[in-house]
Design a protein around this ligand. Structure first.
Ligand code: AMP
Ligand code: GLY
Length: 424
């Protein structure tokens, strides 16, 4: 199988690492990739938004399967264009990608099909939004309808804050067109967990759980980021809770999407809140999480290429016993450039990656890296490396991940030192 992987982050490096181990994968390309990914794949300089160029590359290079990492090209119709050319693609159509691309779409679907989620309103008109906020209990959550790279969610303690957030989003000043509409919803308490499941539109293949740390600071404080670390499985997951997540959120969503004429193919990533053993859906994403994916790939056993191809071709029912999960835990510690998620320096030199890879059970996935002179690894992004390790317990995975982090020499980088604290 000749595979084209789309993306350049730590999630895509983890996917490349696992795909390269698949017996059925004979050639792996990644567009655009990064320095780390080039150990497993041939990187081609096509950006993730150059949809027509990606389709042309897949056609010209006899690609058997395209695996799409990030959400944006899916929301923009990459899978539709590949399908139109009869190229197998792992990832949903633009219509199905609305599950992540429009929070209002996702909330209306939940309301229509009785999927438990926070009470909400959708607004384009600022006066109506203000009226809703005035009548609501605090705290409350104000969200952009469209994609905002994890930044379009504001938890507001007071009505004044909520009104300001809604005004700011709807005026278009901070979030552009993503904020042309807002979702305002009830604040939910509890512990968050992520759950992943594959679907080919009909069949569901549940994967496993993970938890991430979104805040930049230790103790889960400070600004929101794309994710500073993650571990899998979630420490409080039980078979009964997993069953509840599947029955209350995953199965009805897949059935609802099919009933709405936009069957979902790809990976469904449910962001959930759990309180007193009861699950509520916060959001759906239509892709693997980053850095959750790094921990999933380290625990997964099976031929990922075959499984993703089967999902793309509507044959997921054949794969039910082809995938299993190591009893080990995995943890990913993100190394970011100092200043992230604000402004940060680029093109700083990182060394020690080979030594970090020698720690038992550890592997360094690259995110924002590029190659400098004399094969030096340079940082070019905010989140730069995902130092990931397995262990027989979360505690062991944590020790190994930080041992690996300590092999790195990168004065301009930092990481949180408390990834996994809830589980320990
Ligand atoms: P989202 O992009 O919807 O996952 O939101 C980002 C983060 O905001 C989530 O991971 C939660 O920590 C938080 N969040 C979103 N919606 C709610 C809610 N209704 N209640 C409490 N926290 C929320
Ligand atoms: N780590 C959260 C996400 O990928 O959305």
């Amino acid at each position: 199988m000749r595979i084209l992987l789309i993306g350049s982050g730590g999630r895509e490096h983890a996917l490349a690492w696992k795909l390269a181990q698949s017996e059925s994968c004979t050639k792996l390309y990644c567009a655009p990739g990064n320095v780390g990914i080039s150990a497993q794949a041939e990187c081609v300089p096509i950006s993730v938004d150059a949809i027509d160029d990606l389709v042309a590359f897949a056609k010209d290079n006899a690609i058997d399967l395209v695996v799409v990492g990030p959400e944006t090209p899916l929301v923009d119709g990459l899978a539709d264009k590949l399908n139109a050319e009869n190229i197998n693609v792992f990832g949903p159509s633009a219509k199905a990608a609305q599950l992540e691309g429009s929070k209002g779409f996702m909330k209306d679907l939940c309301a229509k099909y009785d999927i438990p989620t926070a009470k909400y309103g959708r607004f384009k008109d600022v006066e109506l939004a203000i009226y809703f906020i005035e009548e609501a209990d605090m705290p409350i959550v104000v969200k952009t309808d469209g994609l905002a790279a994890g930044k379009g969610v504001i938890i507001c303690e007071t009505k004044e804050q909520a009104i300001e957030a809604a005004r700011d989003m709807l005026s278009g000043s901070s979030f552009g067109s993503a904020g042309h509409e807002v979702v305002i919803e009830e604040f939910l308490e509890g512990e968050e967990v992520s759950f992943f499941a594959l679907s080919d539109g009909k069949t569901i293949l549940p994967l496993t759980s993970a938890q991430d740390h979104k805040r930049v600071g230790e103790g889960d404080t400070g600004l929101n980021t794309g994710g500073m670390g993650a571990y899998s499985p979630a420490h409080f997951m039980t078979p009964a809770l997993e069953q509840q997540i599947i029955e209350k959120t995953i199965e009805p969503t897949i059935a609802a999407m099919a009933a709405e004429g936009c069957a979902f193919t790809g990976v469904l990533f449910a962001g959930l809140m759990v309180k007193d053993g009861v699950v509520t859906l916060l959001e759906h994403n239509i892709r693997f999480g980053d850095p959750e994916c790094q921990t999933l790939m380290m625990r997964m056993q099976g031929d990922l290429a075959q499984i993703l191809l089967a999902a793309a071709q509507g044959r997921l029912d054949e794969m039910k016993d082809q995938i299993s999960w190591s009893d080990d835990s995995a943890m990913c510690v993100v190394m970011a450039a100092k200043g992230y998620p604000g402004s940060y320096e680029k093109n700083t030199v990182i060394s020690g990656i080979d030594q970090a890879n020698e720690i038992d059970g550890a592997y360094v996935f690259h995110a924002g890296t590029t190659e400098g002179e004399n094969s030096a690894v340079l940082s070019v992004g905010g989140r730069v490396l995902g130092v990931t390790a397995t262990g027989s317990t979360i505690a062991e995975a944590q020790i190994r991940a930080y041992k690996s982090v300590d092999c790195l020499d990168w004065a301009e980088g930092f990481c949180r030192r408390d990834i996994g604290w809830r589980a320990l």
